[in-house]
Design a protein around this ligand. Structure first.
Ligand SMILES: [Zn+2]
Length: 396
């Protein structure tokens, strides 16, 4: 189910009083909510779920809550036929997680190492966890780092299909609804989305500092807008970029507008400082203003200007005039066979008339930022230099 849709359903469930406020960024409950949770648990128990009240820093932790605590069911439990099919799915997910957290049945696991011998030829070792008693895992997926192994006894024979496997390196996977959400939530965390770390204090610190892209409340809208604008598509839970999205990224690069995670989270951090009273609103607005000003200043001094026919200097090969054309700058002696010309966009970067005039006059341009390497995709800066009538990069 797309996030936009599940959030909409959650909002409906919240308005009917069945779940708590859905736009939260915490998986923890507030310490002041213990009595309320006891009441909810009483109701859940009557439904037949094995739950009991538990307390502990892994459940109740004020330091990991910013404005709203974790999403839970409320003591108002819907009648059997009160919910639509999709509502049942979403409500069920919230309920199952709640039951898993307060499950009264122990989940027993055992670390196990399994050695499988293939005759005398080879021995394989599998390390992982065996679930002995299901406990809470009946209600929620077992998401710890360890591999789950089947429960085997010594001497058990296993049927294993060994096959040689040919593998190739694969490009990074497309983002799914879940992995994109995890990435936006914590873009600076290494690829750990499927690993539940035991200590998530660091993660919460990062989120509360604003080191996230968008917020829990705005992200689904941002993604939905990107879909509606034709930048990305969503099919079967997988996002793909569309040509409109590629064009947007190329255009931003060409205009020297940085929207990478470093730049974006700078503003996110400023907003969080305002929220915590550590920065005045005016200051954060000024930050954004300065950034926008910088974008336009760069455009002003280095823009794709001039008109077709404008003369920018003398040809280094035949000394005739070099003129602005639709695609760049070309020698007016082309009818006599002179082939001197320079594109007005080189590796994604516009070459302004000012730089072109300088190049023809002195043999080199100013240092130009924002060329994008075709091989690495990274930005680099260089001067343009004339060498035997050809334009080349000068990295000194
Ligand atoms: Zn020429």
């Amino acid at each position: 189910m797309p996030m936009e849709e599940s959030l909409k359903i959650l909002q409906g469930l919240y308005e009917k009083g069945y779940v708590t406020y859905p736009r939260t960024n915490s998986e923890y409950l507030a310490e002041a909510e213990k009595d309320k949770i006891k009441m909810i648990l009483d109701g859940v128990k009557k439904l037949g779920y094995p739950v009991e009240f538990k307390t502990g820093k892994n459940i109740f932790d004020d330091s990991k809550i910013e404005a709203h605590s974790a999403l839970t069911p409320t003591y108002k439990i819907p009648q059997k036929d009160a919910l639509s099919g999709d509502e049942k799915k979403v409500y069920g997910a919230v309920m199952r997680r709640f039951v898993a957290v307060f499950c009264s049945e122990e989940c027993e696991v055992q670390k196990q190492e399994i050695k499988i011998a293939v005759g005398d030829l080879e021995e394989f070792t599998l390390k992982g966890t065996v679930i002995l008693k299901a406990g809470w895992t009946k209600f929620d997926d077992y998401t710890k780092k360890d591999k789950l192994l089947p429960d085997l006894d010594k001497g058990d024979k296993v049927n294993i299909d060994f096959k040689p496997q040919e593998k190739e390196t694969t490009p990074p996977k497309h983002y799914t609804i879940e992995t994109l959400n995890n990435y936006l939530k914590n873009p600076f965390r290494e690829d750990k989305q499927n690993i539940e770390t035991e200590d998530d204090a660091e993660e919460y610190r990062a989120v509360f500092e604003g080191l996230e892209l968008g917020t829990e409340a705005t992200r689904t809208g941002i993604i939905d807008n990107a879909i509606k604008s034709g930048y990305i598509s969503l099919k079967k839970d997988v996002y793909s970029i569309l040509s409109g999205g590629e064009f947007l990224i190329e255009s931003l690069k060409r205009m020297n507008i940085s929207m990478d995670k470093y730049k974006t989270s700078e503003f996110g951090k400023a907003l969080k400082k305002v929220y915590h009273g550590e920065m005045a609103i005016g200051e954060s607005v000024k930050l954004a203003e300065d950034e926008i000003k910088r974008v336009f200043e760069n455009r002003e001094k280095d823009k794709d200007d001039g008109f077709v026919g404008d003369i920018v200097g003398k040809c280094p090969l035949c000394k005739k005039d070099v003129a602005r054309t639709r695609f760049g700058y070309s020698c007016t002696g082309y009818r006599d066979g002179c082939k001197f010309s320079v594109n007005n966009v080189i590796l994604g970067r516009t070459i302004s008339m000012e730089n072109m005039e300088k190049l023809l006059k002195t043999g080199e341009s100013d240092i130009i930022d924002g060329f994008i390497s075709k091989h690495t995709g990274k930005e680099f800066s260089a001067k343009l230099k004339l060498e035997n009538g050809k334009t080349v990069f000068d990295f000194n």
